[in-house]
Design a protein around this ligand. Structure first.
Ligand code: R5P
Length: 276
């Protein structure tokens, strides 16, 4: 692997655990102003210090993240469909490699839609993006999207989608957690990070998902809604860091969460002069 490409990857995995906690805030590219991401700048700001990487589009990067930020960026470069259409797989590469380089990002990401009407196009787009990535030292993260068919999240399907992505040259893969996830990991020769999917019933359920994914061999998470749609996003992100980097149990992660909530709630009682 060339130095620049490896350097970009390593920046996204900065902790000795070898894993990464990526914060996903790219949902607006097809969902519009999603709940609690309406004002992306306000959602991102308090979470940024706790993320190893930030996954988003160029529009939100330029408008809502200060250029002084040092957090590595995973730039979504595919799009072209919205939730108003039945077929979400009708995507193109919407951001060129030159703009990714101009934005000094650490990776580019695009969705592949295995088994969907535009499977072929999305896989060809991935292959071409990898050609560009190899030429310019830019890692490519393939996102094994399932569109609206959430029931596709089983080991047989996801193992196929992840393996195909890796075979076409993706350097990293983002997929969903599922039962028998170790089968997905086993068949994929590049690191996998897991998405959270729609908000689960509780913080504990999201922690369990992250815990089980790491235990099964995932190299981290690339999670959005279960963090910033939670009532305590910073506490949630900190508890996930404990799981991903310190292999905390769910019970330990819950304690990290509750302690962070307690501390945050105690803050308003402190006078501004004491806080300074
Ligand atoms: C889809 O919009 C993106 O790939 C998300 O970044 C991915 O699904 C992770 O976000 P969440 O944890 O909310 O599913």
């Amino acid at each position: 692997m060339d130095w620049g490409l490896e350097n970009r990857i390593r920046r996204m995995f900065p902790v000795a655990s070898g894993n990464s906690v990526m914060l996903a805030v790219d949902h607006g590219y097809f969902m519009g102003p999603t709940r609690r991401l309406e004002n992306a700048k306000a959602t991102i700001a308090p979470l940024l210090p706790y993320a190893d990487a930030l996954a988003l589009t160029r529009g939100i990067l330029r408008s809502s993240v200060p250029p002084s930020a040092t957090t590595p960026v995973v730039l979504r470069v595919s799009g072209g469909a919205t939730i108003l259409k039945e077929d979400l797989s009708h995507e193109e590469v919407t951001t060129g490699i030159r703009d990714a380089l101009r934005l000094n990002v650490s990776a580019v990401a695009l969705s592949v839609f295995v088994g969907s009407p535009h499977e072929h196009e999305s896989l060809v787009h991935l292959s071409k993006l990898v050609d560009d990535g190899e030429e310019f030292g830019m890692p490519v993260l393939a996102i094994t999207a399932v569109g609206k068919e959430l029931e596709k999240r089983d080991a047989r399907y996801l193992a196929l989608a992840c393996r195909v992505s890796a075979e076409l040259g993706a350097h990293l893969v983002k997929t969903y957690y599922c039962d028998n996830f170790e089968k997905v990991v086993e068949g994929c020769p590049v690191p996998i990070v897991v998405a959270g999917g729609p908000k689960l019933d509780s913080e504990k359920a999201a922690m369990e998902l992250a815990h089980d994914a790491i235990a099964a061999g995932a190299h981290g998470i690339d999670m959005g809604r279960n963090i910033w749609q939670s009532d305590h996003p910073v506490a949630m992100l900190r508890s996930l860091r404990a799981i991903v980097h310190e292999r905390a149990t769910v019970k330990e992660a819950l304690a990290v969460h509750d302690e962070a909530v307690r501390r945050a709630e105690a803050l308003p009682a402190i006078s501004p002069s004491r806080r300074a």
